[in-house]
Design a protein around this ligand. Structure first.
Ligand SMILES: Nc1nc2c(ncn2[C@@H]2O[C@H](COP(=O)(O)OP(=O)(O)O)[C@@H](O)[C@H]2O)c(=O)[nH]1
Ligand SMILES: [Mg+2]
Length: 345
């Protein structure tokens, strides 16, 4: 019998021969150490490489998009994208703020409107979990839909300059259709988010039916604002919902939100990609709007769009003018000091 003088160490791949076979065939051999099996099998390894390659190519494709300079200029001028960080010294980084003069020049070139517009006071007045709880159709309505946690509620708050609408960083908070009255002029409707994975199928179906009933039966609904995360663009859940909306013949406006989280060139690219995807839908009339509810940028344009939709733009303009006239009268009468004026405005 072969007996080695010194102990021999043999490395055997465990996925080829198991311990039982070794001890049966070679009784004199002792297992010193069982190595951990490799976590990724050859198949999953291939799939991993494949998906990674696919992802890289997608990202590459995205980076190769050359957005029109006008979009880039608008983004920069409105201060929409994520502020760029530049290295000021070897270790420290500082947020680069576009020089005021440079910004003013850009605004001047672009003729960005600095008009002041306000929405009427916003208040919650109804919540509906079933269609029979929808409030009566009295005034025009605009609804806000989008994937769960995309920023619908925050956007309504930013538009109305309020905190009335509850927001959360946890998805799936809104489980009913919430109706908010903007004065007595129109309603803003906060819809439950779609595409939230951690909800039972039953509940998802119930939400979908509730939203579809609202969209197809509500006579006072003027437009649906579909909110899309600027970091991710239009996802499958959005496509499914857009198709439903398109079939029902509802007017659609896409709003790219959370723009403060995307650097300007990528935001411009996202805009181009989203605009291209929207060409398939006949009810999307205008180009996407870009906003940040957190930084309150791009809100004026959207506010104007909401007011125009419900035929209240002129009223809002008049209200602002009246307010300023009132304030001027008060100054003349010496009732207000300068601090109050700035606060009121
Ligand atoms: N950075 C950034 N965060 C936002 C913006 N809008 C909303 N969020 C955050 O996104 C999360 C979800 O917002 P919410 O309005 O509740 O989303 P909803 O589920 O679509 O109503 C919250 O943590 C918000 O603070 C935005 O414009 N920029
Ligand atoms: Mg919400």
């Amino acid at each position: 019998m072969f007996r080695p003088l010194c102990p021999l160490k043999i490395l055997i791949k465990t996925h080829q021969i198991n311990n039982f076979m070794i001890s049966n065939r070679f009784p004199s051999l002792k297992v010193i150490k069982v190595a951990e099996p490799r976590r990724i099998s050859t198949i999953s390894n291939k799939a991993f490489v494949k998906s990674n390659r696919h992802e890289i190519s997608n990202r590459k494709k995205f980076r190769q998009i050359n957005p029109p300079p006008s979009i880039l200029r608008e983004i920069e001028a409105l201060g929409l994208g994520k502020p760029r960080r530049t290295k000021t010294s070897r270790f420290a980084t500082k947020v680069a703020i576009v020089g005021r003069k440079k910004l003013e020049n850009k605004l001047g070139n672009l003729k960005v409107e600095q008009e002041k517009l306000e929405l009427p006071h916003l208040s919650f007045f109804a919540g509906a979990k079933i269609p029979s709880s929808f409030p009566p159709e009295r005034v025009s309505e605009v609804a806000f839909v989008g994937r769960s946690n995309v920023g619908k509620s925050s956007l309504i708050n930013a538009l109305a300059d309020t905190t009335v609408v509850r927001t959360s960083d946890k998805p799936g908070l809104t489980r009913q259709i919430n109706f908010y009255a903007a004065g007595k002029i129109f309603n803003m409707v906060d819809m439950p988010g779609y595409g939230f994975a951690y909800v039972k199928e039953e509940e998802k179906t119930q939400w979908r039916e509730l939203m579809e009933t609202y969209i197809s039966t509500r006579k006072t609904l003027r437009k649906i604002f579909v909110i899309v995360d600027a970091r991710h663009g239009i996802k499958l859940a959005d496509v499914e919902f857009l198709e439903v909306l398109d079939k029902k013949g509802v007017e659609i406006q896409i709003v790219l939100t959370k723009c403060d989280m995307v650097i300007p060139p990528d935001l411009a690219r996202r805009y181009v990609v989203v605009k291209e995807k929207l060409q398939h839908y006949k009810n999307v009339a205008d180009d996407p709007l870009m906003v940040s509810a957190r930084k309150k940028t791009g809100i004026l344009k959207l506010r104007k769009e909401v007011l125009r939709t419900v035929d209240a733009l002129e009223k809002a303009r008049q209200a602002i003018q009246k307010k300023s006239v009132l304030i001027e009268n008060d100054i003349i009468k010496g009732r207000l000091n300068e601090n109050c004026v700035t606060k009121k405005r």
